[in-house]
Design a protein around this ligand. Sequence first.
Ligand code: GLA
Length: 339
Amino acid sequence: MTEEFIFGKLSDGTPVRAAKLSNKNGMCLTVLDYGATVQSLIVPNAAGKPIDVVLGYESAQEYEENDAYLGAVVGRVGNRIGGAAFSLGGKTYTLAKNDGANTLHGGTRGFDKRTWDLCCGENEIVLHRVSPDGEEGYPGNLDVQVRYALGEDNVLTIAYTATSDADTVVNLTNHSYFNLDGGGSVLNHKLTIGAERFLENDNGCLPTGKFLSVAGTPFDFREEKVIGRDICQENEQLRCGSGYDHNYVLSGGTAAILRGAESGLCMRVTTDLPGMQFYSGNFLTPRRGKGGQQIDYRYGICLETQLFPNGLQFWGFPSPILHAGEQMYSETSFAFTAE
Ligand code: GLA
């Protein structure tokens, strides 16, 4: 069942529209047309208590100022592009340096800060926009669609489709911060990641091109582990990310399983994408969230399925190039169970 309403107004008066999608089990997703943002995702636990498992804000204007990308779709190229430039077809494209010397999450005004067209189907919310040629420095008019579908099996699927009229680069993901207890630090959550390797980062959280084995390191989540167990260990890579902020090389199958500490809620992530940025909310500063709730350092984790960041620069990284006239498609599912 879907329902549309006006969520609020941006500072220039533009209305922000929202759509609510619910299933028979009481699971309920709210998506905004601004940033194609997941504003709320309510999942009842085994005792029937509704738990909002994503961090979010109460007002449209807080989303406008959203420096942490809460719930948004990031693009045209999510994550980082080293040196804020790339070459394609013999031409160099210069982008905004909005993360030290690099570009982060699409640039100064990425997809998270744009208003999308929103429409609702029976069990889905579809967002669409055309990112014009030259927007944030990227070539090609990019036609993008993000489809959120919620099943009666408590599975939320996010599907991304994009086409361009000129060769370009694309790497889309959703930047939701999950907290399966509905609040508090996530360091006590349990996490499994289906990856044997992760990408080495430099000090700017940019992959160096080197693959590292998780074995014997704090990055090993092949067996379920409490997130906070190793996060403070003396480790060069943890220092680089100020915690976990790394792209895992997914082995295939389940990408991740997250388990709340108190709620009994569990989330299983599957994807057709090769990588997943595990970000432990290291740069989340104290702020007010929905319903006056406190958001703070490491109060949510992001599991951003994507192509490897900085993919144009390294041989062996899956290519983010989308050729003119071709279609890019990917999907990621988040399956919820209550124990
Ligand atoms: C991503 C990055 C982080 C950080 C957040 C936003 O997950 O990898 O380094 O920039 O976005 O705060």
